[in-house]
Ligand binder design. Structure first.
Ligand SMILES: CC(C)(COP(=O)(O)OP(=O)(O)OC[C@H]1O[C@@H](n2cnc3c(N)ncnc32)[C@H](O)[C@@H]1OP(=O)(O)O)[C@@H](O)C(=O)NCCC(=O)NCCS
Length: 214
């Protein structure tokens, strides 16, 4: 991996395909720890392959930032499962949806990212009532029906990205509960048919998007 640079007040989000050739898969797979391979062993075939590819890409990018070989990097996990890199001042967060992965990095603040492929949302109203605030629900109700799925997914990725920046789980959050006030977020479409949000503390950061080359 060539060396990569990450400046302060910068959030880089790398966009990577999770469908890769078998040779690339084998290469990425070699970057994972034994524990990560055991985790993949407990998954069905497609999620396992995507997890291995995503974790391999994450490790390779972190290797580019730190200069440490990808397979030597170590993660620790927050109480709700957020992985973070040990021994280096780089925050990272990952999201995957269908065959696309997003990999977010910052040096000076925690970061959260969420990605969804645009699709009809099953039981949209049930999900919305469970997770959206009253204000968001009103906005959704005022949206023309044909645009509701896309509107809901925009609210959803913002909510998840903010929770992920804080390392919280989606199930631990009440609809109208307090959120950390100083988080800001940006919405973007990493590829046609996908919507994403990235969130981090304060507003003095800029978003850069980059493509993972396989
Ligand atoms: C992680 C979570 C916030 C988002 O999941 P999602 O939208 O289904 O999936 P995404 O692809 O966007 O994100 C998954 C990635 O986020 C990271 N992640 C996992 N837990 C995280 C957390 N609490 N905060 C931030 N990031 C997290 C991981 O890198 C994971 O990828 P990996 O499985 O390849 O390691 C959601 O699954 C969740 O709420 N988990 C917590 C469950 C919980 O509260 N458990 C407590 C006991 S009940």
């Amino acid at each position: 991996m060539t060396s990569l640079e990450l400046m302060t007040e910068e959030i880089q989000v790398w966009i990577g395909e999770l469908e890769v050739s078998d040779s690339r898969y084998a290469e990425l797979s070699r970057a994972l720890s034994a524990e990560e391979h055991r985790r993949a062993d407990d998954m069905a075939a497609l999620p396992a392959r995507r997890f291995i590819v995503a974790r391999g890409i994450l490790r390779n990018l972190l290797s580019g930032f730190t200069g440490v070989p990808a397979n030597k990097l170590k993660f620790e996990y927050g109480t709700k499962g957020k992985p973070s890199l040990l021994d280096h001042d780089i925050s990272c967060n990952v999201s995957h949806s269908a065959d696309l992965g997003l990999f977010a990095f910052a040096t000076d603040r925690a970061v959260g990212v969420d990605l969804e492929n645009e699709r009809p949302v099953r039981r949209l109203l049930d999900v919305a009532q469970r997770f959206l605030s009253d204000e968001e629900l009103h906005a959704l109700a005022a949206t023309p029906p044909a645009e509701r799925d896309a509107s809901f997914l925009r609210s959803w990725v913002v909510k998840e990205a903010r929770l992920k920046a804080e390392g919280k789980g989606i199930w631990s959050v009440s609809r109208n509960g307090p959120s950390t006030q100083n988080l800001t977020h940006k919405l973007f479409s990493p590829r046609p048919g996908y919507i994403a949000a990235v969130a981090a503390a304060d507003s003095d950061w800029r978003l850069f998007t980059c493509a993972v080359k396989h």
